[in-house]
Structures are given as structure tokens and as C-alpha cells.
Design a protein around this ligand. Sequence first.
Ligand SMILES: N[C@@H](CCC(=O)N[C@@H](CS)C(=O)NCC(=O)O)C(=O)O
Length: 226
Amino acid sequence: MLLPILYSFRRCPYAIRARLALTHAQVPLEIREVLLRHKPPAMLAISPKGTVPVLQLPDGQVIDESLDIMKWALQQADTPASHALIARNDGPFKALLDRYKYPERHPGQTAADYREQAIELCIQDLNRRLTDSPCLLGNQPGLTDMAIAPFIRQFAQVDADWFASAPFPALQIWLNRFTESPLFISVMAKYPAWQEGDAPIHFIDGPGVYAGQRQAPAPQAADSAP
Ligand SMILES: N[C@@H](CCC(=O)N[C@@H](CS)C(=O)NCC(=O)O)C(=O)O
């Protein structure tokens, strides 16, 4: 059976959210782990912009934006509320996150300055929303939580001690619940980089999240995805 193929990079927050949605929806697929410094020609041939994730469907259709992959997997359009939160995350918050992670690439302000701006823009508001309900748009985690959580995880990891003692209890609980969930743990399994001619690795192999080849995820070190 021809399966969709997902070009992915384990630590990339965009690829993480695509894998979350595909796994949540139990879409059987083949996963190809990509080294960003050696992108496979097969991937560049179908998506010359060269970002991961890229999903290639058996009919040849290519979806190369993580949010579009999520919407395809969940067969769901985002609501206006969800759209606003995700746009803020992917736009100005991601820009501040990059500055907070790599202040040396953005001289002029300190990491603490960038962190403060991220708090005012986004972190405070997410914490307030999560004080009102356990997930961003209600009681159940959905597209919005899956789209945003990988980026808040990176924000928390920049200075884990600081984050653990920061005054955002509802956000901390939400993030812990997310990173400890079987869904998140399953999508963080490690795979060797894919090379042309490799036997397919079935990421989701029929019903059930835990495919045969899946290795137990390694303990998390601080990630430094781009
Ligand atoms: N808007 C894209 C962004 C994807 C993206 O920027 N992915 C990064 C990895 S986290 C990437 O592939 N960068 C290309 C590179 O580093 O060469 C999406 O949502 O899918």
C-alpha cells in the first residue's frame, strides 16, 4: 500500500506539530528524518523552499506548511480564535523566541529584554487563558494547543530554571501535561536520517500509535532546533 510520506526533523517545532496532528488522527505514513544541512534531493524536488515538514500524499499532492498538514490531518479549519492565537505565535512570538534563544545574533537588546517582550506579547495571555480553562480553547486539547505547545516548550527550555519558578502556573501545568502525554512522547521518537534506498519506516502503522519499529524516545536534552 502506498502511504503518505512525511519529511520531518525531530526537534523542529513545526515538524513536531505536524507529527502531533498526524499521530492524533492516526494517519498511517512513512517518516523520513531529514538532516537540515543535507536535505534529500527527493524532498527538494517536491518542495524547493526546503523547509520541513513536507507531506507527500500518494496522489502526488504536496503539503509543505505545517499548519496545512495539521488541518489536513485533523480535517479541520481553524476557527477565528484559533487563527488569531496561532498567527501571534508563528509571527511576533516566534521572532522574539529566536532572539531570546540566540541573543548574540540580535545584538542591541539582552536575552532578558527579548524574554520580557515575549511575556508581554504572549506568555501572560496564554497563562490567563489557561487559568480559565485547561486547554487553550476549552476542555479538550485541539489544533491550537498542538500548534502552539512546541514553541512554548522551546521558550521554557531556554532557561528551564527560570521558567520553573516564573509566575505562570497554569501555563506550566499545561506544558507539563503536554510534554508528558503519550502523544508527545510518541512523536519525539528518534529515527536515523533517511537516505534514498532505505527501507520505509512506518511512523503510524495502522491502528495504534506505537508502531513496531518505534524506539523509546531518548531523555530530552535542551533542544536547539532552528
Ligand atoms: N512555515 C513553515 C516553517 C517551517 C520551518 O521553518 N522549518 C525549519 C526547521 S524548524 C526549516 O526547515 N528550516 C530550513 C533550514 O533550516 O534550512 C511551516 O510552518 O512548515
